[in-house]
Design a binder for this molecule. Structure first.
Ligand SMILES: [Fe+2]
Ligand SMILES: [Fe+2]
Length: 187
């Protein structure tokens, strides 16, 4: 059993507040065992180094599945833009972004396997592609920046430094995608 007072401490209830809150009840209690320390026996303590199985962990897995679907959709999206682009420079830049998105999908799949021991199964999220390339670049700059914010939240939620390092590289790539698309808008 997980003692009540430990829950209270973890929920941010201070020892002083706890003391005041319990004062009236304690006044009436005369049994000696009421004065025993509230610390649970060591066998009942949760191991401090163990990640807690929780809603947060489930949430991270959902975020990773969403990222896999997004990355796959993005790779297909940039493949279409590469095809639409007129100049070789544009094609090279867009194709470079497409290859990065493919690499990201693989990395997220690896992260998912590391965390669950299972293969990720997701449906591809296909993105609509308009006829005007400049409109697509404009829209994509903001989508890349939103992706950066999404991955930063994931970075904070993850505990493993190895996985954080993998995610850090992806975040850097997404920031560079936003910069490259901004450059394409100036040409
Ligand atoms: Fe990506
Ligand atoms: Fe990207």
């Amino acid at each position: 059993m997980y003692p009540y007072n430990i829950f209270r401490q973890e929920a941010g209830v201070s020892a002083e507040a706890e003391k005041n809150e319990n004062k009236p009840q304690r006044k009436n209690k005369k049994k000696p065992q009421d004065k025993r320390p509230q610390t649970p026996p060591s066998s009942q303590k949760p191991p401090s180094n163990m990640p807690r199985p929780s809603i947060i962990d489930e949430k991270i897995l959902d975020m990773i599945l969403e990222a896999i679907a997004d990355e796959r959709g993005d790779a297909e999206y940039y493949a279409k833009l590469t095809h639409m682009a007129k100049s070789q420079e544009e094609k090279n830049i867009l194709n470079g972004i497409r290859m990065d998105e493919q690499k990201h999908e693989k990395i997220f799949r690896r992260i998912y396997s590391m965390l669950t021991g299972k293969e990720a199964s997701v449906e591809t999220k296909l993105k609509k592609v308009g006829n005007n390339l400049r409109d697509e670049y404009r829209k994509s700059v903001f989508e890349e920046l939103e992706t950066v914010e999404f991955y930063k939240k994931m970075y904070i939620a993850l505990k493993s430094q190895d996985i954080r390092n993998m995610l850090y590289d992806i975040i850097t790539d997404e920031q560079s995608h936003a910069t490259k698309l901004t450059y394409l808008l100036t040409t």
